[in-house]
Structures are given as structure tokens and as C-alpha cells.
Write a protein of this length. Structure first.
Length: 358
């Protein structure tokens, strides 16, 4: 059997950079005909984008915000304070630029069967991006499905995709229920003013959105929002299986040094890994992650966030055991099938064998 090629970057041209708010942009990439199949995506998936910024190789994950089938990719990027990539994207990036982009991945996706489904999303800030794609395609694909969106922002000026959401609300009036919840701008309805905390969610779930009427829940944004929403939904009897989340930011990950392509055997633990059909070995210590160890001997390892959130560094554990410090990306079925996030996995046996190609 031929090994699947490892996920690689492809140069894509930026065709549009649209200012969404003072601190966010929608960046559109052209996908040439030859790459259309590779860049096919399901609403909710994300891509890893790479650019050289101030001499650094910077890679970040961005969710696709447009519906599939348009022959293009659009991502929404919101600037974070002192953020390397997001500052570059929102202040310097212009049409004509070419960035390296990896094909779409991710399990935070719409169900394939939308018939009679009521889908609800609780998101904040840039967490709208994957849900934008879901709403845009779901409402068009199946006229029996409904969406409810609870969208938190500071003020109306900081709402990404505001006009597009209003258009969707007008066009699909009976199937799209949109709630803006603004933390720093008083709204006519008190319930929609303030942060999305457990008390506010509790009130919304008791008065406006009956959780028993919702089939699938999608949570996206910072850690606090996802945890609060998940706990409140569980208190309302929503089962874990119908809650999906995508975490954009969990904390800093240490930088990983890259050394020459070679074998390195020193260390008490012996790691073997296959990437692109080629096996390499490296000796390491348990305090190093498998990704850190592998990067010492091979270039081209797939990774992006290094925080357990994006799953770009996913591999299958073939032999040995590991402990995953964090996992915000793999679903239970993947973990049961032996998949691990190599950026978070530390070896707990003397030998470990992993495969990035499956
Ligand atoms: C699966 C996935 C999908 C994502 N999709 C999107 C998307 O669609 N749109 C989008 O704007 N972002 C998205 N992100 C976040 C994005 O990948 C970057 O983390 C973000 O743009 C910041 O990168 P940066 O280089 O500007 O900041 P960095 O230079 O990495 O960090 C600068 C400082 O900001 C802090 N920081 C980093 N990221 C965040 C954050 N998200 N919130 C608050 N503080 C932060 C860091 O700790 C550091 O102190 C996604 C992340 C994941 C894992």
C-alpha cells in the first residue's frame, strides 16, 4: 500500500482582503483548478496558513468562513494584542500576496444529514468564522433545517460579518434566529447586554431557546466561553455527544528548536515515526513531546498551534504508550482509534512508535 503523502503547504494567492471591523479582516484565497480537490472542505473546517514575518516562519490555524463550492477559501482573522500573524494579516496583507496554505482539516463540522435539524451555536469574537460557513451553507442546502446563533462581542462595531449575518437573517427569517450579546454596549433588551456567562446563558435557555428543541450545539471561541457554555448545557440535560467545540486559544506553547535532518539516538526513550512513507528514529526524554523530538531529526513535520487545539500534528500511536497533556481537538472516536496530538504527547514507555501518514 502506498503511504498517504504528509499534509503539505501549497502557495495560494490572496485575491481580497476585506476590512470587517477596525480589528478584523476577511481574507480570500484563490484555489486554482489543480488544487480544487485537495482543498475541498466541509463547513467548520480550518486551514493552516504560513507566512514569513520578521524573518520567522509563522503558522496559524484559521477557520474557513465561506460555504463550500465557491472555488475559493475565505478566512476571518481578528487581531489579538501583540499577535504576530493577526497583526500582519490585519495591517499589511494585501491582494496579490501569496501565502502557504495547508488543505482543510478538522472535526468541528456540520452533520451531513440536516433534515429537520435545529442547530445552535454559542460563539464569541472570531469564534464566528467556522459557524459562518455552517450557517451559510446549512440554510441553503436544506430548507428544513434551522439555526440559532448566540454571538458575543464587545460592541456592534466589533461584530465580524455583521452585514452578512443581517442579510442571512432577512433572507431566512423563519429559520435563522440571531442574537447579538454585547458586553460594552447597552441593548434595548437587558438579556442581550453583558458577557455570555452562565447566568446569561441560563436565562436564554430558560426563556428563548429550549435545549430540548436543539439537535446539535456548536461552541467556538476562548476557553472560558466554551467551558461555561458546555457546563450550562449539561446542567440542562444536553448530552456530550451533541456538543461540539473548537478552541481558538488555550495558552502559550514553548518554541521548538529544529536541528539538522538526521537520526539522533541520545535519550532514555526511543521514538520511531513514519512521515511521508519514510521512517525516522530519535532518542528523547519523557519531558519532551513527540513533536519536539521528531522535529529534532526531520523537517516538514505537520504542526500549527502547538497548544492541543488544531490537530494538524495528529498521528496514530502504533506501539508504546503516551500521556496527552491537553486535547481540545480530537474527538473520542479518534482517541479510541489510537490517534494522538503529538504536540501534547509525552512518552510513558521506553519505546514509542507513531505514524503521521494514517
Ligand atoms: C482550530 C483553530 C482555528 C482558528 N480559527 C481562527 C479564526 O478563524 N480566526 C481567528 O482570528 N483566529 C483563529 N484561530 C486563532 C489563530 O490561529 C491565532 O492563534 C490567532 O490569530 C493569534 O495569532 P497571532 O500570531 O496573531 O498571535 P501570537 O503571536 O501567537 O500571540 C500573541 C499574544 O496573544 C496571545 N494570543 C494568541 N492567540 C490568541 C487568541 N486567539 N486570543 C487571545 N490571545 C491570544 C498569545 O498568548 C500571545 O501573548 C484559530 C485557532 C485554532 C486552533
Amino acid at each position: 500500500m502506498t503511504a498517504a503523502p504528509p499534509p503539505t503547504f501549497h502557495p495560494l494567492e490572496v485575491t481580497d482582503v476585506e476590512e470587517l471591523t477596525d480589528e478584523s479582516v476577511a481574507v480570500t484565497f484563490d484555489v486554482p483548478a489543480a488544487l480544487q480537490d485537495l482543498f475541498t472542505f466541509v463547513p467548520g473546517q480550518h486551514v493552516t496558513v504560513r507566512a514569513e514575518i520578521d524573518g520567522h516562519d509563522v503558522r496559524r490555524s484559521y477557520s474557513i468562513s465561506c460555504p463550500p463550492g465557491e472555488g475559493r477559501l475565505r478566512v476571518g482573522i481578528k487581531r489579538v494584542p501583540r499577535g504576530l500573524f493577526s497583526t500582519f494579516a490585519t495591517t499589511e496583507l494585501a491582494p496579490g500576496a501569496v501565502l502557504e496554505v495547508m488543505p482543510p482539516v478538522g472535526e468541528f463540522v456540520l452533520p451531513t444529514d440536516l433534515r429537520d435539524k435545529h442547530i445552535a451555536a454559542i460563539v464569541a469574537g472570531s469564534g464566528i468564522t467556522p459557524v459562518m460557513s455552517m450557517i451559510n451553507s446549512g440554510l441553503r442546502l436544506d430548507e428544513t433545517c434551522r439555526f440559532t446563533l448566540m454571538y458575543g462581542n464587545r460592541t456592534s462595531m466589533s461584530v465580524m460579518f455583521l452585514e452578512e449575518l443581517e442579510d442571512l437573517k432577512d433572507r431566512f427569517r423563519h429559520r435563522f434566529h440571531l442574537m447579538h450579546i454585547l458586553s460594552r454596549e447597552p441593548q434595548p433588551v437587558d438579556l442581550f447586554t453583558g458577557r455570555i456567562d452562565s447566568e446569561k446563558l441560563e436565562r436564554i435557555l430558560s426563556s428563548l431557546v429550549d435545549p430540548r428543541d436543539v439537535d446539535e450545539w456548536y461552541l467556538c471561541g476562548p476557553y472560558g466561553l466554551i467551558e461555561t457554555a458546555r457546563k450550562t448545557l449539561e446542567l440542562h440535560g444536553v448530552g456530550n455527544g451533541s456538543i461540539h467545540d473548537e478552541l481558538f486559544f488555550a495558552g502559550d506553547a514553548p518554541p521548538v528548536p529544529v536541528v539538522a535532518e538526521d537520526e539522533a539516538q541520545e535519550g532514555s526513550v526511543h521514538i520511531g515515526f513514519t512521515l511521508g512513507g519514510r521512517r525516522s528514529t530519535v532518542g528523547t526524554e519523557p519531558d519532551q513531546t513527540l513533536l519536539e523530538a521528531a522535529m529534532r531529526v526531520r523537517q516538514g513535520l505537520p504542526f500549527s498551534c502547538k497548544g492541543g487545539m488544531c490537530a494538524t500534528c495528529k498521528a496514530r500511536l502504533v506501539d508504546g504508550e503516551v500521556e496527552m497533556a491537553k486535547n481540545y481537538a480530537l474527538v473520542a472516536e479518534e482517541v479510541a482509534a489510537g490517534y494522538i496530538l503529538t504536540c501534547q504527547s509525552h512518552p510513558t514507555t521506553d519505546t514509542v512508535e507513531i505514524d503521521f501518514d494514517v
